[in-house]
Design a protein around this ligand. Sequence first.
Ligand code: NAP
Length: 640
Amino acid sequence: MTDTSWSDATIDAALAEAHVPSLINALVHLTGDVSLIRGEERPASELFGDPQGGISPEHQAAIRARAVAVLRAHRDAGFPDLPAPSPKLVKEMVDFITGVELDDAYGEFLMSELKIFDEDPYRVSLDDLPESSRRDFHVLVIGAGMSGILAAIRLKEAGVSYTVVDKNAGVGGTWFENRYPGCRVDSPNHTYSYSFAPEDWPQHFSPQRVLLEYFERIATEHGIRGDIRLSTEVLEARYEDAGTWRVKVRGPDGESTLTANAIISAVGQLNRPKLPEIDGRDSFRGPAFHTAQWQAEPDLEGKRIVVIGTGASAFQTVPEIAKEAAQVTVFQRTPPWVSLRGDYHAPITQAKHWLLNQVPFYGKWYRFFMFWTTGEGLLSMVRRDPEWDGNPGEDSNGERSVSAANDQLRALLTASVERMVGDDPALFAQCVPTYPPAGKRMLIDNGHWFRALRRDNVELVTDPIARINPDGVETQSGRQVHADVIIYGTGFYASRLLFPMKLFGKDGRELREHWGDDPRAYLGIVMPGYPNLFCCYGPNTNIVVNGSIVFFSECEVRYIMGCLKLLIGGELPAMDCRRDVHDAYNERIDAGNLGMAWGSPDVRSWYKNEHGRVTQNWPFTLLEFWNQTREPNPEDFDFA
Ligand code: NAP
């Protein structure tokens, strides 16, 4: 329970733990004193360094002392309402906390992210449309994870009739499915929550159980549970004329057909586990399973475990299972880049809860700081500089950095690996990637991973796997690793988007067959030939560094609600994205991705299809996605 008292002792204790840049902006709200953000002492824009932005200890102490007086005075005055700051002042505060002077184009976007003026900038009201036409328009939402719950909430608010189906027995999507030990969110939790439902998170990066409970509770609080059919999987959907989709589902009572005017696919990209194609995989005699299909049995205590993969999932689970296993052998094909931060497993202290919940505007600025430093603020470090020579020594390992800033990031991240395992040269060499930072998603650690790799009962093996046999794994150099259990942390069929559903569009063409391994959409949301079918987290909407995926879903659902408004308001049966608009957009996306670290030809990842095209990622700014998905442009569509 958060302390709500405003005793002197509580104030003093809380301020000792304050994030000073957020506190300074809160003090501007509380005092109106703009000199606080106009002095020499300003947070630096350096993102991987001091979380206090390099503000000197003396200035921090002065700010905390001033805050003691200001907060006590605020309390003693009976917590008066504070005046709304002007947009110009908020922009100045944004520039102050980010440490960069931002283009004016950011003004409205960041203002809405801050929610100082507009409480729900992602809500689309359909209130001016007749209630009966909203009720008569039926939407099928596929998936009750983060995006599906969001879509259902917005549809319900708008009075549009809808049904949600989910293949799982519970809501929560990825947080329902992934139950491996150590699973937790790796975006700062204050940005990984719906903008309209901020949460008093127990940790900076909370565990899976907490995330699942959040999504379950939000679904309950918004009254959408009754509209969700669980354990119900979509098998196929066929578009019929006049804006009708017929959808075959299999549920607890067998197969049935649903009819909808529109479909919102909210199935995610990472829910069909991928087992590696390794010779002899099925010959292993012990239990073997994927991290996303965790099995409570067998108990891993005292067992010899092989883990294949060192992506985000394996990275989180290895330190946990190493605590009880007799031996853990981790097979690494490519090392991850790791960003160290001390708060990764840390609980949010009472003092921090108090600051976030009690000090006016502090929580908003703190969330905003996280939003910036894990999103837009990072982009300049991961853009490719065409003039940059990323491999001056021209060794065979290809591009190692994509720009001077990216090279500095590489040096910084390498130094932190050195801090953790530098005294073990062989392990150090295994842990430093050759590809550029942000070529793949960077993982977050507080040293947990590296400490696990140093345990006596853990071994990191980079000798490639030759085959799996009944006893375990045989490496290419002929070594046999005996195993009782094999755990696959080998990722998902990400580019098989919407798999295994079959969606037949206007000409009876099945969408996944049409895509092959090259999924494309306009804005990641709509596909020509598939009228009234909308995707959340569709092609090219994934992120490597750009913040939280919840942000993308909120933008997508706002856009989709705008589309429904056009359809219902115009009494139009169907809208179909124009092919030329779609194609021009995808050309731009491809050029954009080639300009980013993850587009580097030397990076192999699940972001790319087998031809090397980046099918998953968004290459531009958050501002651009926010602007482009603000509302649909009717000219982008043919209406029937
Ligand atoms: P992943 O990032 O795709 O990692 C798969 C791992 O398995 C990689 O290390 C890969 O090596 C390795 N691998 C694949 N096939 C292999 C083979 N045949 N032999 C040896 N190694 C093989 O999968 P993931 O860890 O499940 O993560 C997927 C995504 O889910 C993440 O990028 C992230 O977006 C999300 N995720 C998020 C969280 C979180 O927020 N907490 C947690 C887990 C996952 P290569 O790198 O060489 O391909």
